[in-house]
Structure formats: C-alpha cells, structure tokens
Design a protein around this ligand. Structure first.
Ligand SMILES: N[C@@H](CCC(=O)N[C@@H](CS)C(=O)NCC(=O)O)C(=O)O
Length: 310
C-alpha cells in the first residue's frame, strides 16, 4: 500500500511545498482537506495529537513534518531526485534555513494589515478572531518580528537568493532542482497570496523568473478523499513500513515515549518506540478509530522523552 495521501488545506505554505514536489515528480496522490484551526478530530485520530499541516499518510503509516515527508516521497519515487548528489548538503542547509528563518519573516511580513485583508479574502471578523485565538498558543513563546523587522529581513533574504541565481543557473542549487527550491518557493508563494505586498519582489527579476519555473511544476494529479475515509483506510491496513531502533541513541525498542516538535505546535504525541535512527523517530499508537498506526517524525526539530513509569 503506497498510495500517497496528503492531509492539507489550500492556503498552507508547507502543504504547497509538498504539492509542488508531487508536481515535480509527476505523481498521483490523494488529497484530504483538513481544518485550518482546532478542533481536528480526524487529524488527531491519525497523528495522536500532532496538529500541524501538512502530514502524509501511507496506509497506517503517518509521516509528520514536510522535511521528513519530502525524504519519504523521494525514497519511494527517486526520479527526479530532490537531493542531487553533488549539492545535497548545501540543498539541505538552504531548505532548513528557508523552512525556519525565511518562513518566519514571510509570515509577519504577509500578515500585516494589507496582507491579512487579501489572504483572508474578507472573511467575517469572527473567523479571523478564531484564527488568531488558535494561532496564539500554537506559536506561544516566540518573539515575532514586527512588520518593519520582517520587511527589512525579507529584503535582505530576497537579495541573497537573487545573488545565488546571478550566474544564470536555473535552480538555487544549480542545473537541477532540489529540496532547496521547494522550501524557498513555498515561502514566496505565501507572499504572492497577498497581491498588495508583492512589490517587494520587484528588484529581484532572476528570483521572479525562478519562482515561475518552480510554480510551473504544478501539483501532479490529486484526487479528493474524505478525512473519515482516510481514517477508515488506516484502520483497514495491516502492517507498517519496516523500522528498527538503532542502538546507542539513548532509547530502547518498546520504550514508552512522547515526541514533540520543539518550535511551534508543541503538542506531545505518546506511543511505544518502534523506530529510531539519526533521521527519524517512529512510535506505535492505538486509536479507537484509526487502529494501530505508526507515526513518524524527523529526528531534527523534535524532542523524544521517556514517559515516567508510575
Ligand atoms: N515544520 C513543519 C511546519 C508546519 C507548519 O508550521 N504548518 C503550519 C501551516 S503551513 C501549521 O501547522 N499551522 C497550524 C495548523 O495548520 O494547524 C513542516 O515542515 O511541516
């Protein structure tokens, strides 16, 4: 069972990263729309509490975080690769920078008043209030850039990216596209959702042409699947992707653990450790509706804690 099921919503930048990767690889996939704000009962049935968007389901295996999802998609569909051999290190570093630093300038830049009106497309004030109330605990503890801080930072960052393209290369890492292109593109895509704010791109024509090239990959062929059907599909699937707990990494197979993102959306997911290496951690959990699911997280950016035995 290798059907790729993306749980996402239209306006989510990290979902756009994965949709563009599907386009780059020419893949068919199933598309499950999930709510933008809590509660998300069908999400939680599958993930055990991880509430971020997107996540990838393959049968009864659930992959959280777009960095891991990209690696899993690349493993299953290696051509064309997201990690060209000669540039893989630099591509990973640039992608990680874009998914964190660039992203957290793009969000406050785009969510200034002129951008909010465009992004929310004149949604009723109650919907905007509910969104703000949902996101406050999601990013609690983070010092958010002001629009002025974010504008200054973004101007710098766009200039850096423009200079990477100065030698005429078509993609950020060189001739071939790489994970770096998709991590940067989803950030710029979010700014494009706010037409009054796109003037910031004007001084950067190479970047503009690059963005159109990446956007032209499209989204592959997505066909809709209901979220309840996705939960039922997990419950009906027997077996999981093989995993193993490697020795020497601080945990034993069968340990009761929680796994939690360390930046935003820090909801711990509890389960039994069934896989661990320096790339990935996997826990098994049982859900009344979804059955026995394996939930996978990247090792980087997540904290694993042993549950205290009473
Ligand atoms: N590191 C995560 C970040 C995901 C993320 O922050 N997604 C945003 C939407 S693009 C989110 O989860 N927002 C809250 C929500 O959708 O509930 C990834 O790469 O997938």
């Amino acid at each position: 069972m290798t059907e790729l099921i993306l749980h996402h919503y239209a306006s989510s930048p990290f979902s756009e990263k994965i949709r563009l990767i599907f386009g780059f690889k020419g893949l068919a996939w199933r598309s499950v729309y999930i709510p933008q704000i809590m509660p998300k009962p069908d999400v939680v049935a599958l993930t055990g509490g991880y509430r971020k968007t997107p996540f990838l389901q393959i049968g009864a295996d659930i992959y959280c975080d777009s960095a891991l999802m990209a690696r899993v998609i690349d493993r299953l569909h290696p051509e064309p690769t997201l990690y060209p051999k000669d540039v893989a290190g630099a591509a990973h570093l640039l992608a990680q920078w874009a998914d964190s630093t660039l992203f957290w300038s793009v969000i406050p830049y785009t969510m200034q008043p002129a951008g909010i009106a465009a992004v929310f497309n004149n949604a009723p004030p109650e919907a905007m209030k509910a969104f703000a109330a949902d996101r406050a605990p999601f990013s609690a503890g983070m010092t958010r850039q002001t629009p002025a801080d974010a504008t200054a930072a973004l101007r710098h960052y766009l200039g850096w990216l423009e200079s990477m393209l100065a030698d005429g290369r078509p993609h950020l890492s060189g001739i071939a596209a790489s994970i770096a292109d998709f991590s940067v593109a989803h950030c710029l895509w979010f700014v494009h959702r706010a037409p009054p704010l796109v003037g910031i791109f004007e001084p950067f024509p190479r970047l503009g042409a690059w963005f159109e090239r990446v956007r032209a990959f499209g989204h592959g062929q997505g066909t809709r699947l209901g979220s309840i059907d996705a939960v039922t599909l997990a419950a009906a699937t027997s077996g999981h992707a093989p995993t193993r707990v490697e020795p020497g990494l601080g945990f034993e197979p069968g340990d009761a653990v929680t796994v939690m993102a360390i930046d935003t959306g820090r909801d711990p997911v509890a389960g039994t450790l069934v896989g661990l290496n320096v790339d990935e951690v996997t826990i098994e959990r049982r859900d009344e509706r979804a059955g026995t699911v394996h939930v996978h997280f990247p090792r980087i950016g997540f904290q694993i804690k042993k549950e205290k035995v009473a």
